[in-house]
Design a protein around this ligand. Structure first.
Ligand code: ADP
Ligand code: UDP
Length: 238
């Protein structure tokens, strides 16, 4: 299989069509962005780390019967995925207060939440990905009631599986963002990526940030931090 026409170039990856209309070729990019792309830096080594991390996590989720778009990793920075119609929602689950949630609700960063809090953001760069509720999802025709239920159920299950996975490597899963898409037959399944770009990961012993906040908050070099996450995952799953 070979990449054909470029379908989309995003902030973290490029998507190419392939000979098979149901399969996309994804190339991860050596680039970090923040503030909706307003801040952007080249970052050697990040692409291969995220490609490997997301491949490993999506494989583990499949083993736990959590369907997702991942097919296979084909090179250091590339993988094949099922082509889906992406539902333009950023689905966020939070286990510990942090980031925009901590700020908006004045709940101190680091406070464990009594139960996982699920949020929807409308994936729209021009609107700056606003926070929305179920009624907004329906008014905007983004997903049906049935799809909203499926997305929520899957998101909670993914949270459980990921929390266990990270706990085993001494990492607390603070929060994360996922995306879902539809197959032609209407099945809704997990898509995009799960990496330190899209999760908040804190070392269990030291609370050290092992995620993109290192870049967002200028806490140091991002690549060695992502390498540490991959090393721990490899040690556990190799
Ligand atoms: P952004 O769009 O935020 O800049 P990326 O660089 O990660 O982010 O771009 C990847 C794009 O690919 C995202 O818009 C995402 O919704 C989309 N995508 C992820 N998985 C799939 C898939 N399986 N089928 C189609 N599109 C996908
Ligand atoms: N997130 C993401 N992409 C986005 C916005 C958020 O992957 O466009 C992730 C982020 O890494 C964190 C979670 O979603 O793990 C919650 O982010 P938050 O709403 O706190 O936003 P932030 O503080 O990053 O602006």
């Amino acid at each position: 299989m070979k990449p054909k026409s470029l379908l989309y170039e995003g902030k973290a990856k490029r998507l190419f069509e392939t000979d098979d209309p149901q399969i996309l070729w994804v190339e991860y990019l050596n680039q970090a962005t923040a503030l909706n792309g307003a801040r952007k830096d080249a970052m050697d080594g990040k692409a291969s780390l995220n490609n490997e991390i997301t491949a490993l996590i999506f494989e583990q989720l499949k083993r736990a019967n959590l369907q997702n778009h991942f097919i296979k990793k084909i090179s250091k920075c590339e993988q094949l995925v099922e082509k889906l119609e992406i539902i333009p929602l950023e689905v966020v689950i939070r286990n510990i207060s942090a980031g925009s949630f901590a700020k908006r609700l004045a709940i101190p960063e680091g406070k464990p939440l009594e139960f996982p809090v699920l949020e929807f953001y409308y994936k729209d760069d021009d609107l700056d990905d606003p926070f929305i509720n179920d009624d907004h999802v329906k008014i905007l025709n983004l997903a049906s009631n049935q799809e909203i239920e499926r997305i929520k159920n899957e998101a909670y299950k993914i949270n459980k599986a990921l929390s266990i996975l990270f706990e085993a490597i001494d990492i607390r899963l603070v929060d994360f963002k996922i995306e879902f898409g539809r197959r032609a037959d209407g099945t809704v399944l997990l898509a995009d990526e799960i990496t330190p770009d899209t999760c908040r990961l804190w070392d269990k012993q030291t609370d050290e940030h092992l995620d993109k906040d290192v870049y967002r908050r200028n806490l140091g070099d991002l690549v060695p931090v992502y390498q540490e996450v991959l090393n721990r995952l490899n040690k556990r799953f190799d």
